[in-house]
Structures are given as C-alpha cells and as structure tokens.
Design a protein around this ligand. Structure first.
Ligand code: SAM
Length: 305
C-alpha cells in the first residue's frame, strides 16, 4: 500500500460498528495480539476471540493480514498502521480509544513491536492513561533461541543490525565491547537471507570462534536449524545461498575469552564501536589492567597518542 493510501485509511477509524460480543465489553482500549510466524494454525483461540471482538484491527499491511483473518473467519475492519503513518495517526487513534473504540494491533507476523511498528502507539496510549493489554504468542526470536541449543538466558535481542558492512561491524563491535565490560549473554539477531553470509563473516571476525545457530523458516514446511561454529556457518552460507526468513543465535562469550585476548585485540574490538574513553574503561574493567595504561594504549591505537 502506498503511503498516501495508508494515511487516508488511518484518517478514518470507523465509529459505526457496535460491540458484537461479550468479549468486547471487557476489552482494554488497545490489545497487542501476536499472530503466527508462518503456520496459520498458531493463532490462539483467545487471539481469535479478541480479534473478532474489537472495533478495529490495526495491521502493518491489510493484504498480508487478510490471509490470516480470512482463514480464521475474522471479519473485523482492518486498517494499516506502519512506520510511515504511525506518528501522524496517533492523535486520531488515541481520540477514538478515549471515545470507547477498542483496537487490536497485529503485525505481518509474530509479536507486534518486536522489530515491527507499534511502539509509538503503545507509548501514546499509556501516556493518555488508556488500558493496554496483550495476547502473547509466536515470536521468531524466542523460538529460535529455544531451538538453538545455546544458553537461553541471559539473552540479548538486537533485531536487525545495519545492512552495510562498516556499520554492521561497528554495531557488532559495540556488543563485543559490552562483553568486555562483563555482558555474558546469548545474542539473537534477525537477518535477511541475502545478507546472511556477510553477517556471519563479520560476526566471526568480531566475536571469534563461537557456537551459533541459523534458524530458518521456523514453523514452516522448510524449517531448518543449522548449528555450528560461526566459522562453519559462515563457510556454509558463503557456498549455499540462504532462503526464507532467518534468525541468527550466537553463544555467549567464554568467561576465559577476555583474559585470553591481548590488550591490543580487546582495544581494537572495543574501539570499532566505542569512543576511546569508553573503550579504555570497558577494557580496563574487563582485564583488571590499570586504567591509565589502557587509556594510553587506546589513544595510541586510535592514532591520538
Ligand atoms: N514481529 C516478528 C516476531 O515477533 O518475530 C518479527 C518481525 S521482523 C519484521 C521479520 C523478521 O523476523 C524476519 O526477517 C526474520 O528475521 C524473523 N522471522 C520472522 N518469521 C520467521 C520465521 N518463520 N523463521 C525465522 N525467522 C523469522
């Protein structure tokens, strides 16, 4: 849907539909409803009831959601809310909620807000003192985490990293810098299939030898979980083009890693994503070396010493 059409659609929240079910009486102003990530049967009974009970379903793309809603016999009015019109739509949506309209928010797949639109709407509803609730359900990140065979907690979900290699390496280096400061979490990323090979290559360069998993097409016919080291997975996807939707899970830093790395290696990784001051502080904390010594070396490596 083009931006203008989407904006028009959102200008016009319907006020006609009277409550159809008992459920509507007890619904909060806004319900975040998780929908399937590939298998249409993964819509819960409560999700179906809530979607059938609200006045309006807000969705990213009306055509995509129509497939799911039709399959479950849900006929509620659906209007588009996406990153291009969300901000502009807030006053009207909050106004309609204040007048008693009940809304459900869904995304194209999975849990709304998770690498999907809706955060600004939730903030606006909370700030307006409106009730917000949710129907939990599918989420690709959590399913991948549980299937990866890697430690499930703590985990750090970073969604999509930047698509260009320089910015991607900087984003990964920032996470590595956080590990040098003590973060010890399994990492979860979303990635597009045509960038998977490059992503794994950069991840291997930044994180070093780590166990990881590439989880593809979860809940769908061609579901696959490929486990291996980052180097093995990078080599595989350098040779084989990946297809479909993908979550990458990377194991946490080995506790002994920080100590095993030389000061220069640790600093170089930290400097790729942090200021000299922050990088020096992180590495000093992780290695126990004197701050002054680490800062001096960081300045030298950054060409400022
Ligand atoms: N809100 C969704 C959720 O709760 O998982 C995520 C939306 S995000 C725009 C879409 C990305 O999620 C895809 O590019 C992919 O990285 C991941 N994803 C969604 N469905 C997936 C699936 N069935 N298998 C693997 N990854 C999936």
């Amino acid at each position: 849907m083009d931006e203008d059409k989407a904006r028009d659609a959102i200008q016009d929240p319907p006020t006609d539909a009277p409550p159809r079910t008992q459920i509507r009486e007890s619904l909060p102003a806004l319900v975040l409803v998780s929908t399937p990530i590939g298998n249409l049967q993964d819509l819960s009974d409560r999700a179906r009831d809530v979607l059938s009970g609200v006045n309006v379903i807000l969705c990213e793309d009306t055509r995509t959601s129509a497939v799911l809603l039709r399959a479950h016999g849900i006929t509620q009015k659906c209007i588009a809310l996406h990153e291009h019109n969300e901000e502009a739509a807030l006053p009207r949506l909050v106004g309609a909620m204040r007048e008693g309209q009940r809304f459900a928010l869904i995304s194209d797949a999975g849990t709304p807000l998770v690498s999907d639109p809706g955060y600004r709407l939730v903030r606006a509803a909370i700030e307006a003192g409106l009730s917000v609730s949710g129907v939990p359900g599918p989420n690709a990140a959590v399913l991948a985490l549980t299937l990866s065979g890697l430690p499930p907690q703590p985990f750090l979900f970073s969604g999509f990293v930047p698509p260009k290699s320089g910015a991607r390496r900087a984003a990964l280096a920032k996470l590595r810098g956080a590990e040098l400061s003590g973060l010890n979490a399994t990492h979860v990323f979303y990635e597009a299939p045509h960038r998977l090979g490059e992503f794994l290559h950069d991840a291997e360069a930044v994180f070093g030898p780590r166990p990881a998993a590439v989880c593809r097409e979860l809940t769908k016919h061609f579901e696959e979980v490929r486990r291996g080291t980052l180097a093995e997975l990078a080599a595989h996807y350098a040779a084989v083009a990946a297809r479909g939707e993908i979550v990458v899970v990377i194991g946490p830093a080995d506790d002994s890693e920080a100590g095993a790395e030389s000061l220069d290696e640790s600093l170089r990784i930290a400097l790729a994503g942090m200021s000299v001051k922050d990088a020096a502080a992180a590495v000093a904390a992780a290695t126990g070396l004197p701050k002054k010594q680490v800062y001096k070396r960081a300045l030298e490596l950054a060409g400022q010493g």
